[in-house]
Every structure is written in structure tokens, then in C-alpha cells.
Write a protein that binds this ligand. Sequence first.
Ligand SMILES: NC(=O)C1=CN([C@@H]2O[C@H](COP(=O)(O)OP(=O)(O)OC[C@H]3O[C@@H](n4cnc5c(N)ncnc54)[C@H](OP(=O)(O)O)[C@@H]3O)[C@@H](O)[C@H]2O)C=CC1
Ligand SMILES: N[C@@H](CC=O)C(=O)O
Length: 403
Amino acid sequence: MVNVAILGFGVVGSGVAEVLATNGPHIDSKVDDLIRLKYILDVRDFPDSPFGDKVIHDFSIIENDPEVNIVVETIGGAKVALDFTRRVLKAGKSVVTSNKELVAEHGCELLQLAQEHGVSYLFEASVGGGIPIIRPLNQCLAANEIEEISGILNGTTNYILTRMIRTGLSFEAALKEAQQNGYAEQDPTADIEGHDACRKICILASLAFGRHVYPRQVPTEGITGVTLADVAYADSCGKKIKLLGRAIHREDGKVCAFVAPHLVDGEDPLSGVEDVFNAISVRGNAIGDVMFYGRGAGKLPTASAVVADVIDAARHKDAKKRMFWEDGGEDVAVPPTDLESAWYVRTEGRLEYVKAAFPDCPLLPRAGAPVNEFAFLTPPMTRAQLDSKLTTMAPCSVFRVLD
Ligand SMILES: NC(=O)C1=CN([C@@H]2O[C@H](COP(=O)(O)OP(=O)(O)OC[C@H]3O[C@@H](n4cnc5c(N)ncnc54)[C@H](OP(=O)(O)O)[C@@H]3O)[C@@H](O)[C@H]2O)C=CC1
Ligand SMILES: N[C@@H](CC=O)C(=O)O
């Protein structure tokens, strides 16, 4: 018998209980053992839930119960979840989590702690919701030197952008829908300001390049600056606006990582990734490009990835799963200062200044645009080179164009 406890009975935690119950016999057959949910820890009671009788409020019951083998942490954040995770690992129990903030901030320490105590720390659901990406990166692509990872890593913002583009819905209304669907973080600022995507690219970069990349080292811009005008200009040149997390392994060994809105060409598979779906593209030196696609948030898709880790931890009860990266240090990550790209610029000002600075850039059309508003795409250049040409203008939006 494998006994499981869930910490945090919210969107994901309740999904985990549901999947364990609904697919119980199938899951047991995968492990060749019985997986049973023994406890659910939450601050509230859930009298109307079919799992209500499993709810407890004292963490030490789980910590001290020798029958509990696997603990699912779905509380979120890096405070109480960090304390509980450390204590569970020290008690010799494996931990499975969807908590990207915790992995991105403390993954190196927690993986080491798991190793010291002979247990597993698994976090497939921390990136891309239900999409398998952590295990493929750690196992299936292990033969490759990874050169670049880039992708749509946040379901909430992709949902908002899709709703704005497809139906002209306002940013606020689209965010409200995402919250009602259970996609958004408790504080949705983390989604719309790009912090959630930042945490995810940090996890992927740490795993792919072997050294911990911390969120504070990664320049991050969210989607609050994206307007319906930008959406219309992008559409006029056959592109879509997508929030991308990118991590590029440089020849000097450093990782150029950043999160920012990009214009993506209509021919690029990323442009067709809509609603809550995420897509992550990985370039390896043997495999070339490979892409992972699926639902990036939501109760059951995320629970699917969590329960897969529970199965994996149960299968490896006596031969622990190993995932590992070293501490990164302060110089592991660099900003995209040297990274050349074409740029989308929307600016207010005088036409002659635009023409003087960007003589070869045709203006993009938009119905109803103010007479002093101009938008265009530049040739490839660095951000510093672009800024030196924008000094006579008042740019409203500046986004990279994905090559
Ligand atoms: N929602 C999603 O689609 C996805 C979420 N994630 C991640 O999974 C984690 C959980 O997310 P989600 O389920 O959406 O969050 P929720 O806020 O829905 O769930 C968290 C639960 O934990 C409870 N809780 C808070 N503090 C404690 C505590 N001290 N002890 C026990 N329980 C506590 C909360 O109670 P209360 O509500 O009363 O505060 C709530 O029931 C987060 O790290 C999130 O980033 C990852 C992938 C997808
Ligand atoms: N808030 C996150 C949830 C999944 O990680 C998102 O929208 O992607």
C-alpha cells in the first residue's frame, strides 16, 4: 500500500483527489500496488466534498505518520510550502508538487535534500500544467546539449491575449474569465506581469543547463503593456502577440534568459497556440527542434501531471528518481542585451522623424488610428541600437519579433 497526503485542497489539490479516485484501479495497475489518499491538509473544512472526511488541519500528523509515503504539495507560494516540503523530505517521504515558485526559488536546495534523505522531489506540473516537459527534458532529451528553450508558458496570459484578439474582449474581462476557470494564480499579478512564466523558464533552464537560474536574474515583462491597437497592428502584418519565456545557452556557457511579449509570425506553430494552451519548443544539438503542446493550466490537466509524478514516486519507492542541478551563482544568467532581433514599434510623434530614423520600414495600417500614431517593424538590431534611433519619438509599445 502507498499512502498519499495532499497539502492544499484548492484547484489543483482537489483535482489530484478526483483523478486518484476516478482512475484508481488504472493507477494501481500502473504501480502494481494500491495507492490510497490518506489525508488532505487545508486551512478550511470541506463538508460538501466527497473527500471531506480526509481533511485535517495539523501538518504534524502527516509529518509523523510512518504510513505516509508520498506528499503532494499544492498550497503554492514559497513560505509555508517551503517549510512543509523541507520537513516532509527530512521525514523520508517523497514530495510531488505543482508549485513553480518554490521550485524556481528553492529547487536546488530541495533536490539536494531529497537526495540526502533517499526520496524523490518531483515537479512535472510546475511547468506547462498537464504537458509532459520536465521528464522529457530530464530523460528523453538527455543525450542532447540543449541550445535553446522558448515557449508560451502561462495559460492565463495566453487565454487573455486570445480573447482580446479573437473577440476584442477587454483585458480586465478576459482576466476575470481566466480566474473563474481556475487558471490564474492566487495573485494574478504573477501571471500578467510575467513572474509565473519567469519561474517556469527558470525551472526549464536550470534543468536543461545544470545550474540554478533564479527568477531575480531574469528580465521579465508581462502583457499589461499590450493594447488592442498592438493586436490590430500585429494582425495587419500576419503576426500574433504572444508572451514568451526564452532561455538561450550561449557559447560562453552563460544562459540568456528573459520573458517578454513577442510578435510571432502566423506561419510559426506558436502563433496557433490559443486559449489556455501552452507550447514549449526545445532545440537540442542532436534532435533539432521538438515542441510540447497542451493545456497549461486548469484543475484536471494539472492534476494529470501531479498524479503521473505520484505514480513515478511510487514506482521508485526503493530506487529513487534523480533530478539534479547545481547552484548557479550570480553570473549564470545574462540579459538579452546582445541578442539582435527585428522589433515592432508603436509610437506617437511626427512622421518625418519616423521616416528619418527608419527610412526602409513601411508603416503598418490600422483602421481608426490617431493621425500622430505610427507602427512599423525594424530590421534586426540590439535593443541599445533601437533605443538610439527612438530618441526623437515617444514609443508606446516596443516588442521583439521572434525570428
Ligand atoms: N491553478 C492551476 O491551473 C495551476 C496551479 N499551479 C500551482 O499549483 C499550486 C496550487 O495552485 P491552486 O490549486 O490553483 O491554488 P489554490 O489557491 O486554489 O489552492 C491552494 C489551497 O491551499 C490552501 N492553503 C493555503 N494555506 C494553507 C496552509 N497553510 N495549509 C494548508 N492549506 C493551505 C488554500 O486555502 P485558502 O483558499 O483558504 O487560502 C487553498 O485551498 C500553486 O503553486 C500554483 O502556482 C500549477 C499549475 C496549474
Ligand atoms: N497561473 C498559471 C497556472 C499554471 O501554471 C498559468 O496560468 O499558467
